[in-house]
Design a protein around this ligand. Structure first.
Ligand code: NAD
Length: 475
């Protein structure tokens, strides 16, 4: 009887069987919706166990990496999607994955090969959109998760994109400028068959900047015989980039941080903040908070951790990082063992580096009031639960750091119309979108008694799955 409740010939039949069979023996006379909810609840109650999913064969169940975190986040939203949950399997596998070999000639005449990826997670609501990461530890699971978080983020703030992400397994610090350019151009050519201004639009991410975007734009343009400014965002302003893009993610974090602080009665002007990652996102966010009176008391990056209870001059630290490559050695600040960063008491904690930094090992040590996720996926689902139990408000990545893609969207629109807006116009539009997105997720969280993350997923997944349902399954 229960086996007939998912009779559709759709791509999620596997999921239906996976979830239904273990419950079949103990569940009788369930409706479609509450059986699905029971199944999801079973997964939730075992949050320390890997959830049961119909996994694609190219992933190993025992090492799901960030993709595993994403799947658990999707499990948590399922009970709130009503009849749309029948399309949920579509979010549990990327639409398209391209793995490329990136061979380049090194300056010493040898040939080196790097592994590159471009993943398009979902394009129901528009073309793929998401950055390109250069990092020696990039994995397919990571890029899959990052692409999925882009789908959720774009839908959460309602910009008309699907989700995508790219990466190359390379440490760019070990490349000369010419080698970096060759890696970028070859990678762009390799993924050129699936990107384009109306198909999938890459952007900056960890270790990629305006110069990398300029090379990507030029390579795509040379290969297609046109100047295609709209193929990437995060370009230099002189090449069709947008004013305010470089600061957009940090500005968005600051905007939602102020909204959150107001709602929990935290006075920003006397708050203390700790920041992990002092690059584009963490550096700009820290600077804006400091300008509003916040004391940034600790900063950690890949070179080490610095601590100064009286407050770090964010502007001077940005100059130090640009000259020295990292925060270590900043005058007037104490140097800490990296792991001690998580014991520092603060009011605002901004993880703005990499995934899974807040996890089962350190979550219970964290003493702060608000965590604003600048990075993508910095908190694992288990850590999320610990933080919620400890009454720490987490503003999730898919809302908190959406300022970047929002101004990327503005850049793309400006490129198509060849008409460019002022920085004030951009910042005003950005702040409005961020405030509205935050207000919506806050309201849904209150109404459903769920975390802000699950609330954001409820809004986003409904938008994506509604588009999926209206478009229908092809053929
Ligand atoms: N750039 C954007 O517009 C944007 C938008 C949304 C989300 N993000 C996310 O924000 C995060 C940071 O991106 P970014 O653009 O600022 O990158 P970035 O390369 O400018 O800076 C990354 C920072 O993280 C630090 N870092 C790297 N490894 C670390 C480690 N093991 N421990 C501590 N710090 C470490 C680096 O030292 C650097 O300060 C990423 O998760 C990225 O996906 C970026």
């Amino acid at each position: 009887m229960a086996l007939y409740i998912f009779p559709r010939k759709t791509e999620h039949d596997n999921l239906a069987l996976d979830l239904v069979l273990p419950l079949f023996t103990m569940t009788a006379f369930l409706t479609e919706e509450n059986l699905f909810m029971s199944a999801q609840q079973t997964v939730l109650n075992n949050s320390s166990m890997p959830s049961k999913h119909a996994l694609p064969s190219y992933l190993h169940t025992d090492s799901l990496g960030p993709w595993g975190s994403y799947l658990q986040q999707i499990d948590r939203v399922a009970p709130h999607l009503g009849s749309l949950s029948r399309w949920l399997e579509t979010l549990k596998r990327p639409k398209r994955i391209l793995i490329v070999d990136v061979p380049i000639e090194m300056d010493n005449g040898t040939t080196a090969h790097f592994e590159g990826y471009r993943v398009q997670h979902n394009t129901s609501r528009g073309p793929g959109k998401g950055g390109v990461r250069y990092h020696q530890d990039v994995t397919l699971s990571e890029v899959m998760a990052l692409s999925a978080w882009m789908s959720i983020k774009n839908a959460a703030v309602n910009v008309p994109y699907g989700g995508a992400k790219g990466g190359i397994r390379v440490d760019p610090r070990k490349l000369s400028r010419n080698e970096l350019e060759r890696v970028t151009r070859r990678y762009t050519s390799e993924i050129g068959i699936i990107i384009g201004p109306h198909i999938d639009i890459p952007a900056t991410d960890v270790n990629t900047d305006e110069q990398v975007m300029a090379w990507m734009m030029d390579t795509y343009s040379m290969n297609t015989g046109q100047t295609a400014t709209g193929v990437v965002t995060g370009k230099p302003v002189s090449l069709g980039g947008s004013l305010g893009r470089r600061e957009a993610t940090g500005r968005g974090i600051f905007t939602v941080g102020c909204e959150a602080a107001q709602r929990i009665g935290l006075d920003i002007a006397s708050a203390r903040a700790a920041v992990q990652g002092f690059g584009n996102v963490g550096g700009i966010a820290a600077q804006l908070f400091v300008e509003a009176g916040v004391k940034v008391i600790a900063v950690q990056d890949h070179t080490g951790t610095i601590y100064k209870p009286s407050g770090i001059d964010a502007h001077a630290l940005l100059e130090h990082v640009s000259a020295r490559g990292g925060v270590t050695g900043f005058a007037g600040a104490e140097s800490l063992v990296n792991d001690n960063f998580w014991d520092i008491e603060s009011d605002i904690l901004i993880p703005a580096a990499l995934e899974s930094q807040i996890n089962e090992q350190n979550a219970s040590r964290i003493r702060t009031k608000i965590i604003i996720e600048g990075a993508n996926g910095p908190t694992t689902p288990i850590a999320d639960d610990i933080l919620r139990e400890n009454n720490i408000l987490v503003i999730p990545d898919v809302v908190a750091n959406a300022g970047g893609v929002t101004v990327s969207y503005f850049e793309w629109v400006q490129d198509f119309s060849s008409f460019f807006w002022t920085e004030d116009e951009i910042n005003q539009r950005l702040e409005r979108i961020m405030r509205e997105a935050f207000a919506s997720v806050w309201q849904v969280a209150q109404e459903n008694n769920v975390s802000i993350r699950t609330a954001a997923y409820i809004i986003a997944c409904k938008r994506i799955l509604m588009a999926r349902e209206m478009r229908g399954l092809y053929p």
